[in-house]
Write a protein that binds this ligand. Structure first.
Ligand SMILES: NC(=O)c1ccc[n+]([C@@H]2O[C@H](COP(=O)([O-])OP(=O)(O)OC[C@H]3O[C@@H](n4cnc5c(N)ncnc54)[C@H](O)[C@@H]3O)[C@@H](O)[C@H]2O)c1
Length: 682
């Protein structure tokens, strides 16, 4: 097994994509060498990045010092010898096979043999580059989306000779730079372009057939898919020739259905640069247009899943994260129903020599089913994946049902399980919208059922005979942190952040947080975390024992596996927990003072800056929620965990019935500061 620890990156080609990819890598704190043909082209690429960063500073996304630090991470050069010590190279040169091959031959000579080589090609297969690479097991596809510094999606593509270690390391490297990776087979258009290009093309065909004018097609497409831009505006933004090239390339590989419509061909041949979007909208054409666009999408999406290019779940993640469609092809397909979707797809391909994918032909509901939690067993462990990255994997009743089912299956397999997630967050809490909807409808039973189900599932997880590990790659907030607490071990990436923001939204952690947290970190630090909502980084969480290990992304999977195989579970008694040296003042302060003593100013912070900040934060919380937390912590601490957990359920309805709950949750949804009934004034 070769170990690929990726710390230093390189990008070849400082154009539109390469400059953005380098910017993202640098933003995430990694060094990156950015190479182009000559110094002038390098300077142009760096100029693109500087402009982007200037704009970000103006919009207050970054402080000037942060923008400077990002630029300092980028070494723009035309000197290829600087590539000798990099760990991962991403090629983003012109979409020309000869140019790409010559780049890979050169990289093979200069880079170390364990350097992973990635290509950002859109239209070639990754395997076409194999002959140009020494040690082709290190070649992968890393397909990004415009603008790569902002768009989180990346398709990670292996080919027949990519080694598993390289694939895993490439995947981990993308998590490390804040991307949301999805799997794709080495197939034409990979996942997203495979259906997105035909979607655009169907719009072009509708125009060519005089079904409607551009303005009407734009309007109908936006309405049917609930998106911000229709096919023509998108072509204008990304470049009409690029769309023509993409469709031609898919047509060459997959046949006539994929070739560009005649209207696009004509437009490009006459040098058209930008489609005119103005015109009168004919609303009577809506259904015809929507049906065609949906039919094309359903056909291609079902076909790519049938060919094992990706799963239905990943196809939809691609649409939601990469294209920002609110619903992916399969969610739409399920909304319309298989029969209707089959009819739409059938009508769209009627003039082509194509077969309907089996899923549509046989109305195979199982194949079209869409779950947002997947699981797979690899011999030693069962991985349970939370896969709603665009919603930060927030927990809702549906998630609990799916999680329950996956967990039961994992337990039947009698193996340890590892909980993992896609995207920036592990799990960023419970679905706030669900709570607000239930509260507005005075539907407390819905919240009670949700919490009861969550507690039951977490208890099953915690009581499992086989180890469970949280692979905490990103944000763990609220219900997500409580989920992690219910596992035996928590292994964090250096980017993990963990915290309990509930008292700031008028409630308390109701999925075991008030009882499992003190049993991990001790009562005083549990108070500190619950009363202040303070976020901890991975190092701090490790110091107080909230997580068990911190591991770089490249070793995260292996470390989780190690912890999954441990059988000597933590059996600490709450009173035996000792504070780490860095935390004694906080420990003593929260151990010795009540909420009222702290808020009245009676408790002395002794000039400690962290404590001053903690007190200030408490002043912004719901006093009602703080007091409920205090009661639960004190009553629960001496009890056996099982009984302590019952206390949370006892108080849940009181918490949610209080006006602070609706105010706190609604404020969060609206992105404003809550106005609690009684602010915990300091
Ligand atoms: N533009 C997109 O939306 C998009 C999306 C995904 C993938 N891609 C793929 O990314 C790649 C780059 O696309 P782009 O839009 O950034 O192109 P671009 O023309 O903007 O940039 C290409 C850069 O590569 C440089 N270059 C060319 N040959 C080189 C060589 N031998 N050595 C070093 N540098 C060299 C060029 O000088 C140029 O700066 C292509 O493979 C494209 O298919 C593009």
């Amino acid at each position: 097994m070769t170990s690929y620890n990726i710390n230093k990156f390189a990008v070849i080609g400082a154009g539109n994509m390469g400059s953005g990819i380098a910017q993202k890598i640098a933003t995430e704190g990694f060094k990156v060498v950015l190479v182009d043909l000559d110094d002038e082209k390098v300077a142009r690429g760096i100029g693109i990045i500087e402009t982007m960063l200037d704009q970000a500073v103006k919009r207050k996304v970054f402080l000037p010092a942060q923008a400077d630090a990002i630029l300092a991470n980028i070494d723009g050069t035309s000197d290829w010898s600087k590539l000798s010590d990099v760990d991962l190279v991403i090629e983003a040169v012109f979409e020309n096979m000869d140019v790409k091959k010559s780049v890979f031959s050169r990289l093979s000579e200069i880079c170390k043999p364990t350097c992973i080589l990635g290509t950002n090609t859109s239209s070639f297969l990754v395997k076409e580059l194999v002959d140009s690479v020494s040690n082709p097991e290190r070649l992968v596809g890393l397909h990004y989306f415009f603008h790569p510094a902002k768009n989180r999606l990346v398709e990670v593509i292996g080919h027949a000779t990519t080694s598993d270690d390289v694939y895993r390391a490439a995947w981990a490297s993308q998590e490390a730079i804040g991307k949301t990776p999805i799997y794709s087979a080495d197939a034409p258009g990979f996942v997203v372009n495979r259906y997105f290009v035909p979607w655009v093309n169907e719009g072009v065909r509708l125009l060519g057939e005089d079904v409607a004018n551009i303005a009407t097609i734009e309007w109908a497409a936006k309405k049917a898919f609930n998106v911000g831009m229709g096919p023509f505006e998108l072509m204008n933004v990304t470049g009409v020739p690029i769309s023509f090239h993409a469709a031609t390339s898919l047509g060459d590989q997959l046949g006539d259905f994929y070739y560009p419509g005649q209207a696009l061909k004509n437009f490009c041949e006459t040098g058209g640069a930008s489609w005119p979007l103005d015109g009168e909208v004919d609303e009577s054409k809506y259904q015809t247009i929507a049906d065609r666009l949906l039919g094309a999408t359903f056909y291609v999406a079902a076909q790519l899943v049938e060919e094992d290019v990706a799963s239905a779940l990943e196809t939809d993640i691609g649409a939601r994260v990469g294209l920002r469609w609110p619903k992916g092809p399969f969610e739409l397909l399920n909304d319309y129903g298989l029969e209707k979707s089959r009819d739409l797809a059938k009508a769209v391909i009627a003039n082509y020599d194509l077969e309907l994918p089996k899923m549509l032909q046989e109305l195979d509901y199982k194949a079209a089913a869409l779950e947002t939690i997947s699981s797979c067993s690899n011999g030693e462990v069962t991985d349970i994946w939370f896969q709603r990255p665009d919603s930060m994997n927030a927990l809702n009743p549906k998630t609990f049902m799916q999680f329950d089912a996956k967990l039961t299956a994992a337990q039947l397999a009698q193996k340890p399980s590892i909980l993992r997630a896609n995207g920036k967050a592990f799990v960023a809490g419970a679905d706030i919208k669900f709570f607000v909807d239930a509260l507005e409808a005075n539907n407390y039973p819905a919240i009670g059922d949700f919490a009861a189900h969550g507690q039951k599932v977490f208890a099953t997880l915690a009581g499992n005979d086989y180890a469970s590990v949280t692979r905490a790659q990103g944000l763990c907030l609220g219900g997500g942190a409580e989920l992690a607490l219910a596992t035996d071990w928590i292994v964090a990436s250096p980017k993990m952040m963990i915290g309990f923001p509930e008292t700031g939204i008028g409630i308390f952690p109701g999925l075991g947080g008030t009882q499992r947290l003190p049993r991990r970190v001790g009562l005083p630090l549990a108070k500190y975390l619950l009363y202040t909502g303070q976020l901890l980084n991975a190092k701090q969480a490790l110091e107080i024992g909230l997580v068990d290990a911190v591991s770089p992304f490249a070793e995260l999977d292996a470390t989780c596996l190690e912890w999954a195989q441990k059988t000597d579970y933590r059996q600490t008694e709450i009173e035996d927990i000792e504070p780490h040296n860095n935390w004694t003042e906080i420990w003593n302060f929260f151990g010795n003072n009540t909420i009222d003593q702290i808020l009245s100013g009676e408790a002395d912070a002794l000039g400690n800056a962290m404590l001053e900040k903690a007190i200030h934060k408490m002043g912004q919380k719901s006093y009602h929620a703080l007091k409920m937390c205090e009661v639960l912590l004190h009553e629960g601490a001496p009890l056996p965990l099982k009984h302590a957990l019952e206390l949370e359920s006892r108080d849940l309805q009181t918490a949610f019935e209080h006006a602070d709950a609706l105010e706190g949750l609604s404020a969060m949804l609206d992105g404003r500061r809550p106005q609690f009934e009684q602010v915990a004034s300091v």
